[in-house]
Every structure is written in C-alpha cells, then in structure tokens.
Design a protein around this ligand. Structure first.
Ligand code: ASP
Length: 333
C-alpha cells in the first residue's frame, strides 16, 4: 500500500521548546527546535507517511499575527492544490493554536486534512508530549477518514474540531477540549477512530476567501466583569476599530454601563459592529435573549468563544457590513 504524502509545517511553540534540564517544564524557550529535529526522535513516522517539511516561522504562538495567518492560509491552499500533498500537519504553540485552526477552517479551500498539533511540555522535558502528539497528527492527516472534516486539532490522543477546540489548562497535557462538544474522534492503538463530525460549514463550503486579502479588519475583544465601565468599548470605537467582541456575562449579558453606551451609538454611521459573546467556558449566546439585539443593533455570537467570534467577524466584514448577514454567518460557521 502506498503511503500518504504529508507536509509538516513548523511554526514554533512549546513542541519546539528547549529548557536547560529535563525537569524544567515551565521555564523554557519555545520555538527553538526545527521540524526536522522534531522528526529525528520519531523515525517511526516513516512507516506511516512520506514526510516533507518546511519551517514557516519559529515563534511562541503568543506572538501569532493576522499577517502570519494570511500567509499560512495562502501557502496551505497552494500546497493542497498539488497531487503531491495528501495532507498537512502544522506544529504550533498551544496559546493561539485554536485561533489559527479556526482561521484555516474558514479559509482553506480543500477537503484534504489540515491538522494542528502542539505540546504542553518542551521537547527537552521528561515525558515530553510532543513526539506522540506529532506522530498521531501525521496518522490523522494521512487517514482517508479525515477528508472533509475541516481543520482538526490533534492533542492527547484526541481529534477535536477547529471550531470547538480550546486550551483549558495552563500546564496540563490534556489541555485541549471541545467546549462541551467533546472530541470528534480518538487515536487508539495506532488507529484513527471518528465518532462525530461538525454540522457547521468549513473549508470548501466556506464563502470566505483570503487569496486577494492583504489586511484583515480590526477587531478587538473587551471583557465584562463586576463593575466594568464602558470605557474600553468606547475607546475602541473612537480608535475606529471595525468591530468589538464583548466577552460578556453568562448568556452574553452587558451591565448597565455598557448597554447604555451601546444603545447610544446604535445609529452612529461609523460605529463598530458589536458582537455579544461570553466569558463563560461553554454554551450559546442566543439572539434577543437577555439583551435585545434588534433594539441594540448587536450580533449574538452563538456558541463561539470570544477569540473565535473575533475571527469570524473579521472574515464576515470582508464580505458585508449588514448586521443581519453577519448574524447568519454566526449560525452557519
Ligand atoms: N507559549 C507557548 C506557545 O503558545 C505555549 C505552548 O506552546 O504550549 O507558543
């Protein structure tokens, strides 16, 4: 049987991190080891795929930018057009892995697998989790069942959809979870097993294209907390941002300070789009629930986390400024 051709793209992160001693799992430098060096410790990948690799960047993913996303999506679209590439694995820091995954989920134009992987312990640590995570990711990217499932996150023997996957723990190795939706598959005894798939649009069904885009709209996230003032949203609006995602209370609630301000700018022609998301770890923000979006001119962020709502609204704004159309995108993607 011929092996799948998998391209591994390195971007840095803890999976490529280095510390002075094996016991240092917190105090280390991320983005030091190249993809080729990572592969050196798992020669077994040669039994499951033909591997080629490239180093796209070498950063801690807290330094990820929209420009890198645009370049990465364009490069992946180029690679996946070729018959020489059957799937892609991206090694990535865990801090923004979920954001890159969701951005690619909406902008990659191929049904071939794109799998993001990282690690919680640096490459030099005792029981480093990177090597097995990377091996699993190659297995997933090379598996025919992974086609058409959107961008995937492979971590701790689980396969999680890009839309739902989120980092839940600062240092534990099972950090990636599915915001209450679980994982869509697992890797058990060297076999990929899928149980579910997302019903949301992605990749080939996505209307968002970044091929001609050099700059994404500016979208900021503002947190609500007991006693918070409207000043941060106001400052963002005065700076001319295109949209603000509010990580609201509970079901996307705003306090009096913010709701009065948002209502007051409703008819301002250049006001930013305001998306109601939630600081709660899972669950939906329902349109016209608690806050009347029709009256406030706001968008309900459905069950996307604030950081993913930000990505969707950035891409949505490339197509439309119509709030009803943006709201529809939140139901579809
Ligand atoms: N700061 C690191 C990063 O995101 C954390 C990690 O990879 O786990 O690059």
């Amino acid at each position: 049987m011929s092996l799948p051709n998998i391209k591994i793209i390195g971007t840095g992160g803890t999976i490529a991190g280095v510390a002075d001693s094996q016991t240092q799992t917190v105090d280390y430098k991320s983005g030091q080891v190249t993809v080729l060096e990572l592969l050196d410790v798992i020669p077994e990948v040669a039994d499951i795929a033909n591997i080629t690799s490239e180093q796209f960047c070498q950063i801690g993913s807290e330094h990820m930018t929209e420009d890198i996303w645009l370049g990465l999506a364009k490069r992946i679209n180029e690679l996946l057009q070729s018959d020489e590439t059957d799937g892609i694995v991206i090694t990535h820091g865990t801090d923004t892995l979920e954001e890159t995954a969701y951005f690619l989920n909406l902008t990659v134009k191929s049904s071939k697998p794109v799998v993001l992987v990282g690690a919680m312990r640096p490459a030099t640590a005792l029981s480093a989790d990177g090597p097995l995570n990377l091996f699993d990711a190659v297995l997933v990217a090379g598996d025919k069942q992974s086609h058409g499932k959107g961008t995937l996150i492979c971590f701790g023997n689980m396969i999680i959809s890009a839309r739902e996957g989120t980092k839940t723990s600062t240092y534990q190795t099972n950090t990636f979870q599915g915001r209450g939706f679980g994982c869509i598959g697992t890797i058990v005894a060297g076999a990929v097993r899928y149980n579910y798939e997302t019903t949301k649009k992605h990749t080939l069904e996505s209307v968002f294209s970044i091929e001609e885009v050099d700059k994404l709209p500016t979208v900021e996230i503002v947190y609500q907390y007991a006693g918070s003032k409207e000043c941060m949203v106001k400052a963002a609006a005065e700076l001319g941002v295109d949209a603000v995602v509010v990580a609201g209370f509970g079901g996307g609630n705003f306090n009096k300070n913010l709701s009065e301000y948002v209502k007051s700018i409703k008819n301002m022609p250049s006001k930013p789009v305001i998306v109601r998301s939630t600081r709660v770890a899972s669950g939906a923000v329902v349109r016209n629930g608690h806050i009347n979006d029709d009256e406030y001119g706001t968008i309900a962020g459905d069950d996307l986390s604030p950081q993913k709502a930000r990505i969707l609204v950035m891409l949505a704004l490339l197509k439309t400024k119509n709030p009803n159309e943006i709201q529809e995108f939140f139901y579809e993607y």
